[in-house]
Every structure is written in structure tokens, then in C-alpha cells.
Design a protein around this ligand. Structure first.
Ligand code: NDP
Length: 281
């Protein structure tokens, strides 16, 4: 079977660069969107040039340039978006909807993989703010894809390992705790930790697989399903050091999230009323 030609959008990102690498490694003709907005970002430019040196083609278009985007999409069979889900939320929703519009108009795409790669948003209706908004936005993108009858695959990648494993699931750090570790609830809830290169490799495996057409694919290797207690035990064995366990009861954890949200809202309303002309919503 002939391998699909792939366009990666968001190719210089944390996951996107791995998707470009996986697509090239699995023998796909690989294009990467090069946005003029990168301007003087020398790191991005050099990364794009290194993709080119490895055999990728760079297609120039802005996500705000509908015609340019349609022309880029027409050159491939599959589009994989790995656009940011965190830093520019609402703006990125808009940009991803523009990508959906371009794919709809181009009419040639055999498979679109939107930027999901986390929990399945269809099952996250109970999620709390502030995380909640990214699930809601991912559902809006799904709706647009399905209304436009675009063939798709949604990748559910659970927890990226580098964000959750070395820190033993501690908040606000990526490094291992040295003396004590916060244990959330009873520490026995299982989570699925995925190596980011594996996420990229399986994502590319799915694009030509008819079984993944219009489906959600769950990445969950059995050995990667661990509770926080199991993760801590593995680290203690590796490091040879026993950590002090500080239990954080679920009510306390939820209350601390609500407090952070409250503080953010207060900061937001203070900024709204003290900065003239600041009208962002
Ligand atoms: P990044 O923050 O690394 O950004 C990816 C790309 O998005 C950038 O390289 C850039 O593309 C594009 N981008 C960012 N901001 C803008 C903007 N304002 N306008 C246009 N393009 C923009 O993303 P991640 O790799 O961290 O996230 C990719 C996906 O993975 C998301 O859906 C996210 O939710 C998910 N994720 C899941 C995690 C998990 O634990 N399951 C953890 C982290 C992310 P360009 O290359 O064109 O400049």
C-alpha cells in the first residue's frame, strides 16, 4: 500500500517535532507547515531547516491565510495538527477551526488528526476548571470536523511521561522530589503514562490504518498503567532513598484548585478595571 503524504501543523512544538520525526522514520512523504509568524524565532527556523535536511518539505502558509492553507493541504493526504493546547487557548481554537475550514474546502484529505493527545475530551464532562476549558475546546473542534464530514482519528494519549513521571506527579515542578512527596488521595488511582516519542510513533501508525478511521484510539500500554504509589515505589527503588509521604486528601486538593481559580479571577477583574483599554475576555 502506498504511504500517505503527511502535513504536520505545529511541527516545531514539543509533540509536533516528534510527529515530524516519526513520519519521516516511517517512510511518509512529510511536509511541515512553516508559518510566516515565526518571524525572528531562530530556534524554530533552525528546527524547520533541520527537518528539511532530514527530507521534509516546508510548506509556507499562515493559519490566517485561508487560500495559502488550502493550497498547502491540497498537497497531502493526511493532516496531523499538534498545535499548542495550553499557551494561547482561545486563539488556538480559532486557528484550529480555520484549519478545519481549509481541509473542508480542499476536499482531498483522507484523514485529519486534530491536536488532542490527552484524555478523551468526550469523557471529560466532569472535569474542573481550569483544565476544563481545553476539553471543551477540543470538543468544539470535533464538532466542526464531524459536521464537515472530514475523515478523522482522535488520539487519546493520556499523560505525557515527562510532565508526570520524573516529578512523581507533583504539581509545579518537573523534577523529582528530594525529601518528601505529596500523595494525592490514597495514591492508588491508576493513570497511564506515555513516552512522547511513542505517542508520535503510534499516531503515525494510525494514519493509514482503516481500523482507526473515524475512531478514537487509546494509547495505553499495560506496563505504563501505574498508580502514584507504584510510581513512587519505583523511584525509591531506583534512587535507593525513601521519601516522606505527605497525604493530600481529595477535598483539600480540590479546595486548593478552587482557591487558585478564585485568585486568578480576582487578578483578572483587577486588571480589567485598573488597566485602561484592556478589554480581553
Ligand atoms: P506546544 O506548546 O509545544 O506548541 C505546539 C505548536 O503550536 C507550536 O510549535 C506552534 O507551531 C503552534 N502554536 C503555538 N501557539 C501558536 C499561535 N499563537 N499561533 C499559531 N500557532 C501556534 O504544544 P504541545 O506539543 O505541548 O501540545 C500539543 C498537543 O499535545 C496539545 O493538544 C496538548 O493539549 C497536548 N498535550 C498533552 C499532554 C498530556 O500530558 N497528555 C501534555 C502536553 C500537551 P509552529 O511549529 O507552527 O510554530
Amino acid at each position: 500500500m502506498e504511504k500517505s503524504r503527511v502535513l504536520v501543523v505545529g511541527g516545531t512544538g514539543y509533540l509536533g517535532r516528534r510527529i515530524v520525526k516519526a513520519s519521516l522514520a516511517q517512510g511518509h512523504e512529510t511536509c511541515v507547515l512553516m508559518r510566516p509568524e515565526i518571524g525572528l524565532d531562530i530556534d524554530k527556523l533552525q528546527m524547520l531547516l533541520s527537518f528539511k535536511a532530514q527530507g521534509a518539505r516546508l510548506l509556507e502558509a499562515s493559519l490566517d491565510d485561508h487560500r495559502g492553507l488550502v493550497a498547502a493541504v491540497k498537497q497531502v493526504d493526511v493532516v496531523v495538527s499538534a498545535m499548542s493546547g495550553v499557551h494561547f487557548r482561545s486563539h488556538n481554537l480559532l486557528l484550529q477551526l480555520k484549519l478545519v475550514e481549509a481541509i473542508k474546502e480542499a476536499g482531498n484529505v483522507k484523514r485529519f488528526l486534530p491536536s488532542e493527545f490527552g484524555m478523551n475530551p468526550a469523557r471529560m464532562g466532569h472535569a474542573l476548571e481550569p483544565g476544563r476549558v481545553s476539553f471543551d475546546e477540543k470538543m468544539e473542534i470535533r464538532k466542526a470536523i464531524e459536521e464537515a464530514n472530514i475523515p478523522h482519528t482522535y488520539i487519546s494519549a493520556n499523560c505525557f511521561a515527562a510532565y508526570f513521571v520524573p516529578n512523581l506527579c507533583q504539581m509545579r515542578t518537573l523534577l523529582p522530589p528530594k525529601e518528601e512527596v505529596h500523595v494525592y488521595g490514597d495514591g492508588n488511582v491508576k493513570a497511564i503514562f506515555m513516552d512522547e516519542d511513542d505517542v508520535a510513533a503510534y499516531t503515525i501508525r494510525c494514519i493509514d490504518d482503516p481500523r482507526a478511521l473515524n475512531k478514537t484510539i487509546y494509547l495505553r500500554p499495560e506496563e505504563n498503567i501505574l498508580s502514584q504509589n507504584e510510581l513512587i515505589a519505583k523511584w525509591e527503588k531506583l534512587s535507593g532513598k525513601v521519601l516522606e509521604k505527605i497525604p493530600i486528601p481529595s477535598e483539600e486538593f480540590l479546595a486548593s484548585i478552587k482557591e487558585i481559580i478564585g485568585k486568578k479571577r480576582l487578578l483578572y477583574s483587577t486588571q480589567r478595571f485598573s488597566t485602561s483599554g484592556w478589554t480581553s475576555t
